[in-house]
Structure formats: structure tokens, C-alpha cells
Design a protein around this ligand. Structure first.
Ligand SMILES: [Zn+2]
Length: 329
């Protein structure tokens, strides 16, 4: 028999919704530091699906997708519960930066899980989120994008266990590029893995693609994926859909800028299969010369591309996946 669901300060009886937060501490001026959360507690039993946005503060697709999903759910017709965290790193979101500029010691929240309860500010945010997540969640989806620097297109990082693969495939037809997670440490996904629970990191959009209409379209594409996951796990009624085939591989590298200058990516290569040596972009020096050509380091698929035209030596340029196998549904 299902009872009241209490997560952080949010409390919801079966068939109800609530808003609340995971407390972290206070700012010097007294304002609370907390992680907001939206709880939809279904009327009937089922899994707890946890969705996290804005682990990186310059990636707004997750926040909008969480808000739009929660708005659409009817707790009376839901089995299990959905926990939506629109913004995990509120300090980074307020600054519209990847990390919280008030913490230069542990800037990137997605590299420091499970955090430390007695650590630097962002480590404490990580720990508060981590402890609540692994206590309550049966599965987790973290939403990322290209942020201020890049655009990323329908890629997901997954944990290649049976339950991790199942969750990745449940995102539906558009999410056919599955990349094995590049690290077993540091992210919420890695923390979930340590507890034997499935989690995925999905990548769509970037600040270059938040023009009116485009922003909503990216969020709605994410919501379509979440609803497909919920149909797959029978949290809501309906027939889930799947990709006809999956490209499975790994993020082999992020190509770093070999020169500084004006970044000009080639049209027609993003999320296309390319051959080793194919040109992906040019970097122009400001005297008009081509300072560097960026070429595909392997046969593979550029699933993310720098979109900020000002580029500096060593900056992220091309997120490059290598497809190791194609699997039919
Ligand atoms: Zn990110």
C-alpha cells in the first residue's frame, strides 16, 4: 500500500503533487542555498523516476523540460513517482555559467560526485543532492546540452549494464546514439551506478539554440523522451516506441582547438557519419589566414560542435563519438 512520499522538504500523499527543496545551507547574506524539487506522487505503486536539470548552469534545456513534464503529469493516473529537479546548481544557473563562480576550487559539479558534506561549496551541493537521490531514486535522467560554448545533438551517455541499457533504449526513436560513459566517477550517473541503479545523461541543445520556438522544441523533444521512458516502465498508460536501430559506441575524444581565432564549423557534418580526415571546421586568424583546419580524428560521428565563434587554443571544439556496433531493435 502506497503512502506519503517525503523527499527533501516536499511531502505528497498518493495522487498528489508538492514543491520543496533539498537544503544545503545559507549565503553570507542569509538567503538559503537549496536545490529546488518538484514531486509528483502517483496514486499507485511504481518506480521513482528522478530527472535532473542544470547540473551545469548554462544548460537551460533541462530546467524547461522538467517544468513542462511536471505540468503535464496527472498524479491520479501515475504509477510510482516523478521527482523533477529543474536546477541542481542554482549558483551556476544564477550566473548562467557552467559552474558556480563563487566556488573556484570545485567549479564543475558534474565531476565531483558524490561530493563531500564538509567540502567546498559545490561539493556540499553535490553531497546534498547525491544523498537524497540515491536514497529515493530507482532511476535517474540528467539533462545536459552544449551550454554557452557548443551544440549537442541527441546523444546519451549510458552505463552498459542490462538495466542501464534498458533505460537508454527507453528514451525512444530519436535517441539512437548510445555512448558508454567515459568515467566511472564524478557524475550523478556514476554515483547511481555505485548503488546499482540505472541512470543516463542526455545531451540536446545549447545556448545557440534557445531562440523563440527552438528552446521549447528542444524541451518538448526531451519531454517526449521522458514520457516514452515512463510508458516503457508502465508508469503511465500508452505504448512506448523505440529506435529502429541503435548506434552504440563511446565518446572517443573531445577535439581541442589547435589554434586560436574565429571558429567556423563545416555545414553538414554535425551528427553525420564522417571518415577519418574529413574536415570538420576551419579556424581563421584575424589576418585572414587559415590558422588551422580541424579534421576527424577517426571514422565516427561528431555529435556535438562548438558554436561560440571565438575560440582559444585548447578550447572544446568537436564532441566526437565512435560507433562500435549497430544493434537492431
Ligand atoms: Zn553539461
Amino acid at each position: 500500500m502506497k503512502g506519503e512520499c517525503v523527499i527533501g522538504t516536499a511531502r505528497a500523499m498518493p495522487g498528489a503533487r508538492a514543491v520543496g527543496a533539498i537544503p544545503v545551507g545559507r549565503r553570507a547574506g542569509g538567503a538559503p542555498i537549496e536545490i529546488p524539487l518538484l514531486l509528483v506522487n502517483g496514486a499507485d505503486d511504481g518506480p521513482v523516476l528522478w530527472i535532473d536539470g542544470a547540473v551545469h548552469g548554462d544548460e537551460p534545456e533541462g530546467p524547461l523540460a522538467v517544468l513542462r513534464l511536471v505540468e503535464r503529469l496527472d498524479p491520479a493516473r501515475l504509477r510510482g513517482a516523478v521527482v523533477g529537479v529543474p536546477v541542481v546548481n542554482t549558483g551556476a544557473f544564477e550566473a548562467s555559467q557552467r559552474g558556480n563562480p563563487a566556488d573556484l576550487f570545485t567549479y564543475d559539479l558534474n565531476r565531483i560526485y558524490p561530493g563531500r558534506p564538509d567540502g567546498h561549496l559545490t561539493e556540499r551541493v553535490a553531497y546534498a543532492h547525491y544523498a537524497t537521490l540515491v536514497e529515493h531514486a530507482d532511476m535517474e535522467i540528467a539533462v545536459h546540452s552544449g551550454g554557452a560554448h557548443s551544440y549537442l545533438a541527441y546523444a546519451q551517455f549510458f552505463t552498459p549494464t542490462p538495466s542501464g541499457t534498458e533505460l537508454a533504449r527507453a528514451m525512444g526513436p530519436r535517441w539512437d546514439l548510445l555512448l558508454k560513459s567515459f568515467s566511472d566517477r564524478g557524475s550523478p550517473q556514476a554515483a547511481m551506478k555505485q548503488h546499482g541503479k540505472p541512470a543516463i545523461t542526455v545531451e540536446l541543445g545549447g545556448l545557440c539554440d534557445t531562440f523563440p520556438g527552438r528552446f521549447q522544441a528542444n524541451a518538448d523533444a526531451l519531454v517526449d523522451g521522458f514520457l516514452n521512458v515512463m510508458r516503457h516502465y508502465k508508469m503511465i498508460d500508452g505504448t512506448p516506441e523505440y529506435a529502429a536501430r541503435w548506434m552504440v559506441g563511446q565518446q572517443k575524444t573531445v577535439v581541442l582547438a589547435p589554434a586560436s581565432g574565429l571558429w567556423v564549423p563545416e555545414p553538414g557534418v554535425l551528427r553525420q557519419r564522417v571518415r577519418q580526415g574529413d574536415r570538420l571546421a576551419r579556424i581563421y586568424g584575424l589576418s585572414g589566414e587559415v590558422a588551422a583546419e580541424v579534421r576527424a580524428p577517426f571514422d565516427g560521428i561528431p555529435f556535438g560542435m562548438r558554436t561560440n565563434p571565438s575560440v582559444q587554443l585548447g578550447d572544446w571544439c568537436v564532441f566526437f563519438g565512435v560507433v562500435e556496433e549497430e544493434i537492431s531493435a
